[in-house]
Design a protein around this ligand. Structure first.
Ligand SMILES: [Zn+2]
Ligand SMILES: [Zn+2]
Length: 147
């Protein structure tokens, strides 16, 4: 990755990467949104009852390192293409149909996850009973818009 000391670096944006360090990325945009998702796919590939995702514009997302991919249909029917480190298995980001032009980063991969805060909760309909749902956040049965 070039431009580490280049003209395009300023105070906006953030960086992240995987556990082993093979995959690194930089977002030149601040997060557009950060969401908790309690869907069964996020649960199964994550480490606990839900996953937290941070959305940025695709044009702002700069990846270094070669990720592996796993594509699968979501229950909406949309294809989701999940990217992870082939070495250590860390989930890094996904893209999906219906959300063109955006990259959905695993918030757990941010170098400093404190730079953002979840603003909504998705798929509470499939949440596990013991996984706490923040009552102060707007929540949706499935995707946002489906109360
Ligand atoms: Zn790795
Ligand atoms: Zn999910």
């Amino acid at each position: 990755m070039t431009g580490a000391r280049g003209k395009d670096i300023d105070d906006t944006g953030f960086k992240g990467g995987c556990l082993c360090g093979k995959i690194r990325y930089r977002s030149s945009s601040d997060p557009l949104a950060t969401v908790h998702c309690y869907c069964t796919d996020c649960r199964r590939i994550g480490g606990t009852g839900h996953a937290t995702h941070t959305v940025v514009p695709e044009v702002a997302f700069h990846l270094s390192g070669k990720v592996s991919e796993y594509q699968r249909s979501a229950d909406s029917g949309n294809q989701i293409n999940r990217r992870f480190c082939p070495q250590c298995g860390s989930a890094i980001f996904h893209t999906r149909e219906g959300l063109e032009g955006k990259v959905v980063i695993r918030t757990s991969s941010l170098d400093d996850p404190e730079i953002t805060k979840p603003d909504r909760v998705l798929y509470v309909s499939s949440a596990i009973s013991w996984d706490h749902i923040d009552p102060d956040l707007p929540s949706f049965k499935k995707m946002a818009g489906e109360k």
